[in-house]
Design a protein around this ligand. Sequence first.
Ligand SMILES: Nc1ncnc2c1ncn2[C@@H]1O[C@H](COP(=O)(O)OP(=O)(O)O)[C@@H](O)[C@H]1O
Ligand SMILES: [Mg+2]
Length: 261
Amino acid sequence: MTIVLDVENITMRFGGLTAVKDVSFKLQTGEVLAVIGPNGAGKSTLFNVITGVYRPTAGNVHFNGKEITGKPSHEIVRRGIARTFQSSRLFSDLSVIDNVIVGMHSRTKTGVLRALFHPGFSRREMAASVRKAEALLLNSSGDLFEQRYRPAGALAQADRRRLEIARALASEPMLLLLDEPSVGMDDNETDALINDIRRVRAANSSLAVVVIEHDMRVVEAFPDHVLCVDYGSRVAEGGFDTVRSDPRVQEAYLGKAAAHA
Ligand SMILES: Nc1ncnc2c1ncn2[C@@H]1O[C@H](COP(=O)(O)OP(=O)(O)O)[C@@H](O)[C@H]1O
Ligand SMILES: [Mg+2]
C-alpha cells in the first residue's frame, strides 16, 4: 500500500488560539478516513492546512511523497486534491452543469473563466466537457442531471451538497476532502450520500477520501479508519468500534451526541 497523504505534526495557531495541535495521520491510496470531533475541534482548519488555505504554524504535509506544505491552493488542486466546503461555495448564478465544468478546469492551465468564455476553447473541447459533466451529474443520487440548466442557487440544500461533490470530482482528484457533506440532509438523503461515495470509490479504487462528519451513519459506513479530534488535538484513531468505545471520545463527542438523542 502506498501512502497518498502524510500529515505530520501539524499545529495551526490563530493569534492566541491553537486550532490544531500537533496532529499527525497517514492515508493510504484508496482509503477512507472519517474525521470526527465536536464543533470547533479544528477539523475544517486541518482541511484548510492540507489545501493550502493556511500555512501551518508547525508541521508539514506530503502528498504522493512530495511536500505541499503552504503551497498555493490552485497548485494543490492541480496535484490532485479536491475538496468541498462546510458552507457551499458554488457559483449560485451559474447553471448546475457550468459549476461542474468550472470544477473540471480548475486543474487545467486554461483556468476557470477562460474555460467558460474563452473563444479559443474549441467546440469539440466544450462538447467533451459537457458530456463529462453530464456523466458526473448522472452518477449522483437525486436528479441533478435533470436540473442541469437551473442556476445552482435554486437547488435544494441536499442537491447543492451533491453538486459540490460532483464539482470536486470533476478535477479527477486522487484525494477527495469532504467537509460535513451530510449537513442539511435527512436520513434518506444521507443514505444516498453514502451510496454516492461508495459508487465513486467503486469506479476509482485508488481514490482516497477524508470525510469530516457529525452524522454517525456516515462514519459507520466507512468504519476502517476514524480519527477523533478535540480542542485541536488527536483524541483517538483506529477502527470505528475502537474509537467509539474510547472513553475520551465518548466524553469529547459521542457523549454529547448521546445526550441529545
Ligand atoms: N481564520 C481563523 N482565524 C481565527 N480563528 C479561526 C480561524 N479558523 C478557525 N478558527 C478557530 O479555530 C477553531 C477550530 O475551528 P474549525 O477548524 O472550524 O473547527 P471544526 O471544523 O472542527 O468545527 C475554532 O475555535 C475557530 O473559531
Ligand atoms: Mg468545520
